[in-house]
Design a protein around this ligand. Structure first.
Ligand code: NAD
Ligand code: IPM
Ligand code: MN
Length: 350
């Protein structure tokens, strides 16, 4: 069978706990579906920063450039400023490897209690622009400590950037319901958003089977809660997509069940798979983190690598474990991270 090289960066906090769950599941699937994975373990992250002054080695990106994929846990440490850890590891990977699509599916799952009223369902994919927009490098803090201190950051939207993320989302919409919602804020306040709307409209016009609805992001946030079944594929800028994907995850039941794929669709560079959630310092080290997001991210990786059947097997396995009532604490259960993972592994090995 096929063989893949995957860099694995557990990183910080619960990343150390949920990433082994994901690699164990992928290994079990490799056996069953006749492929092999060569894991390259990378002990990069905040401890690496404490001992070397860098989140990843100087040539870290080069070391990963020939990988078939990257699997990441989380980045973030209570003692190191977030701008140091994030600009030192996660953001450079997304940018250097031009992972301009961040795909974030969320759906209500049998056995996962959702805060939605009644029997409302959610099944949404947020297609988040992942390398430009509000997350720009232009700006900073000036006149530190002085009375006239200020901070500013330019948002950068390019025609190329907006059209390629919208095209990807429109293509995905053709494979789903044909309904595409674009998150915007074009009511005269944010100057970049009329441009986003215009490029989105032009791009989606190339897809006769797709209807595009632009929705102001504030109202869209309300709609995720009030009318989730009216949403299918949502395309959003970097910051709006970040916020909407945590919201969708919470509406589906927990940040612990939300996976994410940072894709370089042209496959010129490796893509990165990770949970939507962060390092969760409040529960780190307790063995209670929900591993579903990381495991599911492993499934998205397998789909990307060309193993869709293995990905289907994996989704069915953790879905069945949830449905039978094995749940971690974030979902109101009592299972530990390893209890849950062992239950999935038992199914994969059956
Ligand atoms: P977080 O996602 O780490 O945690 C938010 C809340 O959700 C916490 O109460 C946490 O316990 C809970 N939670 C998250 N994942 C869970 C899981 N798998 N199981 C059970 N509960 C879970 O967000 P935060 O607290 O805002 O950020 C913590 C750190 O993580 C910060 O340093 C932040 O910058 C970083 N961060 C990193 C990433 C990433 O690596 N992609 C993403 C988000 C935040
Ligand atoms: C995410 C995270 C990151 C983001 C942070 C940690 C930089 O919140 O992956 O959603 O905003 O992209
Ligand atoms: Mn986020």
């Amino acid at each position: 069978g096929a063989s893949y090289t995957v860099d694995v960066i557990p990183g910080d906090g619960i990343g150390q706990e949920v990433t082994p769950a994901a690699t164990a599941c992928v290994d079990a699937l490799a056996e069953r579906h006749d492929f092999t994975i060569e894991w390259r373990d990378r002990d990069w992250g905040s401890d690496h920063y404490r001992s070397t002054g860098r989140m990843l080695p100087v040539d870290g990106l080069e070391q990963m450039a020939d990988a078939d994929a990257i699997l990441l846990g989380a980045v973030g440490d209570v003692d190191i400023p977030d701008d140091v850890t994030l600009w030192g590891l996660l953001i450079p990977i997304r940018r250097e490897f031009d992972q301009y699509i961040n795909l974030r599916p969320s759906r209500t799952l049998p056995g996962v209690p959702s805060p939605l009223a009644g029997d409302k369902k959610l099944d949404v994919v947020v297609v988040r622009e992942n390398v430009e927009g509000e997350y720009s490098e232009i700006g900073g803090r000036f006149r530190r400590g002085q009375p006239d201190e200020l901070a500013l950051q330019e948002a950068i939207f390019t025609r190329k950037g907006v059209s390629r993320v919208t095209r990807f989302a429109a293509q995905l919409a053709t494979e789903r319901s044909g309904r595409l919602v674009s998150a915007t804020k074009s009511n005269g306040i944010i100057h970049t958003m009329p441009f986003w709307d215009e490029v989105a409209r032009e791009t989606v016009a190339e897809f006769p089977g797709v209807t595009l609805e632009k929705v102001l992001v504030d109202a869209l946030a309300a709609r995720v809660v009030l009318a989730p079944d009216s949403l299918d594929v949502v395309v959003a800028s970097n910051l709006f997509g970040d916020i909407l994907s945590d919201l969708a995850a919470a509406v589906a039941g927990s940040l612990g069940v939300a996976p994410s794929a940072n894709l370089n669709p042209e496959r010129e560079h490796p893509s990165l798979f990770e949970p939507v959630h962060g390092s969760a310092p409040d529960i780190a080290g307790k063995g209670v983190a929900n591993p579903v997001a990381a495991i599911w991210a492993g499934g998205m990786m397998l789909r990307h690598l060309g193993q869709p059947e293995a990905a289907d097997t994996l989704e069915a396995a953790f879905g069945a474990v949830l449905a039978e009532g094995t749940r971690t604490r974030d979902l109101g259960g009592t299972a530990s991270t390893t209890d849950f993972t062992d239950a999935v592994l038992a199914r994969l090995r059956k």
